[in-house]
Design a protein around this ligand. Structure first.
Ligand SMILES: Cc1cc2nc3c(=O)[nH]c(=O)nc-3n(C[C@H](O)[C@H](O)[C@H](O)COP(=O)(O)O)c2cc1C
Ligand code: SF4
Ligand code: FES
Length: 583
């Protein structure tokens, strides 16, 4: 046998006579590697930053080519398959295979979740598809963008067009408007001038975390991401586990109809940021992660700027607050899935126990809070527990930011007593639209299903709707009228769950798909649908699959005439909160 350096090819296999001219596997392209390195710069090549790096490539090139994925894998010392698997999980990454045509430079996303569909999103999408050259602009359907009060909504690049019409969208395309409009908000200097961050400074100086926890508990503050877990109690659970500990803010706000977090962040970001730093102080968190949905580009801009201001002012050490950008996956609002995403992985919910308070980010104890929960932490600490507990209505204490949309005159975020009924909420939202008669409502996102107008005297609060087979969740109220069909609304909800199911477990993945098919029949097969609902509710891993049957069951129960169900017998719904009560 000839010496190795005289053999052809770089790999010789002993005795087989077969040789290879290249190492095994796809080899990276040098030019692509240089491009990837230039984008990443001197950032550490950490695995948890993978999604951030994919964003850099997507933002710069408008897609992720096979060459870029292979170059990134080389640079990160990761398998290409792993990067591909992560990138293809998220809707905002366009993975392009060799030989495929990359998407055009402009993308329009048309929201087709419930409030936008009711406001004509489908017709809008068709008009845009007809009026635009697909080689120049692609038109995609997308889930709720958290602007349901100005439905229908589209996103052109990162520019949102509210109350969109084909003419308005064409004008935005013509003018090349692809950047977010930054709303006027309260910057650090103004917030500090009003006494902002004094509470944090006092607590850091001589505060007692247990006294603060007591205050939060006596205010009655409960998790406003939807689970309603008593907020103060979580702090003790997290502290019971040895450090290092982390805090993670859930800013995913993907439940269709919900836009309260965006509303608060676009106005008073520091009330939230101070609450986050108070909670971080209470559990002695080493670091805070903010997971913010990619659909909120203006919020991302504001937070980048204001976190920098906090670092300059010495209120937070450099790098203490790590702002992470989601990539278009509703399931990443489920807390364990959000943690997977923060670690740079696909957002697959984890099995519990262990709970994230014990084993969270990087396997360390993690306190997870919704944006609005932290907003109220600041207000309770500054103004006292009475800011919440001092309001009482219909036997319920507290206040609630209801996101209201649909057939009302003044859709928007309405801060009302937590004991408000749908009648109170419609009144606060200016009443029904001219010519519309109240028929039904979604009390707290699609996971809560639909209730009929006849149930208009129940407080929309935690624990009050469960006997009705529903729950308040994130208080995303959508009002339907006699011009809407409950069955269409329920189908819209199930289509959303079908799109957003992470696919990890069969009852949810297959159940949502089958339900969408069955719900398109004129007369629903009630027995089959009930069987399906039972399996989904009982055997799904996380709240998405467990709560997805709620719209189906409630339509069969209250709107049987629309789906040919003569003997309504829907069982109690699964509370999203049952499983979201996790810590
Ligand atoms: C499918 C699913 C989606 C969720 N989406 C969100 C979300 O977008 N924002 C949020 O804060 N919580 C969401 N949650 C609830 C979180 O899992 C978690 O309970 C919450 O972030 C805890 O914070 P809190 O106690 O302050 O509410 C979701 C839960 C499930 C099951
Ligand atoms: S219930 Fe659905 S979203 Fe949740 S883990 Fe299973 S497949 Fe994923
Ligand atoms: S923005 Fe369209 S439904 Fe929320």
């Amino acid at each position: 046998m000839a010496p190795l350096d005289e053999q052809k090819g770089i790999w010789k296999q002993k005795g087989t006579g077969k040789s290879r001219k290249t190492p095994k596997g796809r080899q990276h392209d040098d030019a692509a590697l240089e491009q990837v390195r230039a984008l990443i710069g001197d950032r550490p090549r950490r695995r948890d930053l993978l999604i951030e790096f994919l964003h850099l490539i997507q933002d710069r090139y408008g897609h992720l080519s096979a060459d870029h994925i292979s170059a990134l894998a080389h640079e990160m010392r990761m398998a290409q398959a792993e990067i591909y698997e992560v990138a293809t999980f998220y809707a905002h990454f366009d993975v392009i295979r060799d030989g495929d045509t990359p998407p055009p430079a402009l993308t329009i996303r048309v929201c087709d979740s419930l409030s936008c569909e009711m406001a004509g999103a489908r017709q809008l999408k068709s008009a845009l598809e007809e009026g635009l050259d697909p080689a120049q602009v692609r038109v995609l359907r997308a889930p709720c963008m958290g602007r349901c009060d100005t439905a229908p909504v589209i996103e052109l690049g990162h520019h949102h067009v509210d109350n969109a019409t084909p003419e308005k969208v064409m004008a935005a395309v013509g003018a090349g408007r692809t950047h977010p409009v930054i709303p006027p908000y309260q910057p650090l200097a103004d917030y500090a001038a009003e006494g902002g961050y004094r509470t944090l400074a006092d607590l850091r100086g001589s505060g007692d975390w247990q006294a603060v926890q007591e205050k939060i508990l006596s205010a009655g503050l409960r998790g406003l991401g939807g689970a309603g877990f008593p907020s103060g109690r979580k702090w003790g659970f997290v502290r019971a586990n040895p450090g290092p500990r982390y805090l993670a803010v859930n800013g995913d706000e993907g439940e269709p109809g919900t836009f309260k977090d965006r509303y608060l962040l676009e106005r008073e970001p520091h009330v939230f940021l101070e609450g986050m730093l108070i909670a971080a102080w209470a559990v002695e968190a080493e670091k805070c992660f903010i997971y913010m949905r990619d659909e909120y580009p203006a919020v991302l801009h504001i937070l980048h700027k204001e976190i920098e201001a906090l670092e300059k002012a010495g209120i937070a050490p450099a790098g203490y607050i790590d702002l992470r950008r989601g990539a278009g996956a509703y399931i990443c609002g489920e807390e364990s899935s959000m943690i997977e995403s923060i670690e740079g992985k696909r957002g697959l919910p984890r099995h519990r126990p262990p709970f994230v308070a014990q084993v969270g980010i990087f396997d360390r104890p993690t306190l997870v809070h919704n944006v609005e929960t932290l907003y109220w932490v600041t207000r309770v600490c500054r103004e006292g527990p009475e800011v919440l507990s001092g309001t009482e209505r219909n036997g319920r204490k507290g206040l609630r930011n209801y996101s209201v949309s649909g057939r009302v005159r003044q859709p928007g975020v309405h801060l009302l007593p937590a004991g408000s009924t749908i009648a109170d909420i419609i009144e606060a939202a200016g009443g029904m639209l001219e010519g519309h008669e109240f028929k039904a409502y979604q009390p707290g996102g699609p996971s809560s299903g639909l209730l009929p107008a006849s149930i208009d005297d129940v407080p929309l609060d935690f624990d009050t709707l469960q006997p009705l087979g529903s729950f308040i969740g994130s208080a995303a109220v959508v009002v339907l009228s006699d011009k809407d069909r409950a069955r269409d609304a329920a189908l819209n909800m199930l289509r959303f769950f079908e799109d957003e199911s992470c696919g990890q477990c069969t009852p949810c993945r297959t159940g949502c798909e089958k339900a969408v098919k069955l719900m398109q029949a004129d007369d629903w097969d009630q027995t089959l649908l009930e069987d399906l609902c039972d399996v989904m509710a009982d055997a799904s891993i996380c709240g998405l699959g467990q709560a997805a049957p709620n719209p189906i069951r409630l339509v069969m129960k209250h709107f049987g005439d629309e789906v040919g169900c003569s003997a309504p017998d829907a069982r109690g719904a699964t509370s999203y909160g049952n499983q979201k009560g996790e810590v």
